[in-house]
Design a protein around this ligand. Structure first.
Ligand SMILES: C[S@@+](CC[C@H](N)C(=O)[O-])C[C@H]1O[C@@H](n2cnc3c(N)ncnc32)[C@H](O)[C@@H]1O
Length: 283
């Protein structure tokens, strides 16, 4: 017989791997992107997401990403044998996501050993604010985990040296000019408000014991430091139970001489992975 405390209700990790994950910072340097992934301005690494998925779910669980981009979350779901659903506004990124998943699934069919669980990945095109409609249309159940990186603030005024280089290479420096795109919000406050509206719509579609992980960054804009990760964390905590953060550090990024010889201007090479849970469930 097993007691309540001897059963791991969250995941299938060893005690050692569980402990390791609870450290609040880590270094992860993404491997170079493939050609079809370069177009998108801000793809996150699948291996990093796979670690979160392994901690917050068991195999066969359902994971959701409301800002899917090139589909990295669903690639991580496939690698970890979880099911995934993602919503992405822009057709060009939806296409990249679908191509990446199809390529992986056909490879999987050739190499899968008997007995391995085959999970499904679903890419939906649309605005995440309409999650209720999409969930009904596809008869989707509540999810175990939401993990995502929304646009990192309104993109309008963010023209640094890094984006100049991308522009020269013919790569996207903003996701679109679509007014439905959160990145095109007309102000910082409007951006935070619209982002929160989406998370509030998403909440009923998460299981009562499910988690939400939101990856964001603070940033400098025209001499003002925007505390986006902290502001969104504070707003989210009004609707969810804030459990903490893991800080993702990158130490292989180019250092640009912003402010050199006149003022401190940070090269922000860390991201906040904010971790939240439904409110009022067991501690
Ligand atoms: C930071 S990127 C996500 C990148 C993704 N994690 C990846 O690895 O490719 C944010 C994405 O949100 C999308 N987006 C912006 N507003 C949206 C909305 N209202 N609904 C759905 N997607 C949206 C953008 O087109 C962009 O691809």
């Amino acid at each position: 017989m097993t007691t309540k405390d001897s059963v791991n209700r969250l995941n299938v990790l060893s005690a050692q791997d569980w402990l390791k994950f609870t450290k609040t910072w880590f270094v992860h340097n993404p491997s170079p992107r493939k050609k079809n992934e370069l177009l998108h301005p801000a793809k996150y690494p699948e291996n990093l997401i796979a670690e979160f998925i392994r901690f917050f779910t068991k195999p066969g669980a359902l994971v959701f990403d409301p800002f899917l981009g090139t589909g990295s979350t669903l690639i991580a779901c496939h690698q970890t044998e979880r099911n995934g659903v993602g919503i992405e506004l822009q057709k060009k990124y939806v296409q990249i996501a679908r191509e990446r998943i199809t390529a992986l699934e056909s490879q999987w069919k050739l190499t899968a050993e008997g007995g391995k669980q085959i999970c499904k990945q679903l890419v939906l095109q649309g605005n995440s604010i309409w999650i209720d409609k999409l969930w009904k249309e596809y008869s989707l159940p509540q999810v175990d985990l939401v993990i995502t990186s929304p646009p990192y603030g309104p993109m309008l005024n963010k023209k640094g040296l890094a984006s100049q280089k991308r522009e020269e290479e013919g790569l996207d420096v903003q996701y679109s000019t679509d007014p439905e795109d959160l990145g095109n919000a007309s102000s910082y406050d409007e951006f935070v408000q619209r982002l929160m509206d989406i998370f509030v719509q998403i909440k009923p579609h998460i299981k009562p014991d499910g988690y939400l992980v939101v990856i964001l960054q603070n940033y400098m804009e025209k001499g003002e430091y925007k505390t986006l990760a902290w502001d969104v964390g504070k707003e989210l905590a009004k609707h969810f139970q804030l459990r903490g953060e893991k800080i993702w550090c990158q130490d292989n990024k180019t250092l640009y001489p912003y402010g050199y010889k006149y003022s401190f201007v940070p090269n922000v090479h860390h991201h906040y992975c904010l971790i939240l849970k439904h409110k009022n469930v067991d501690k």
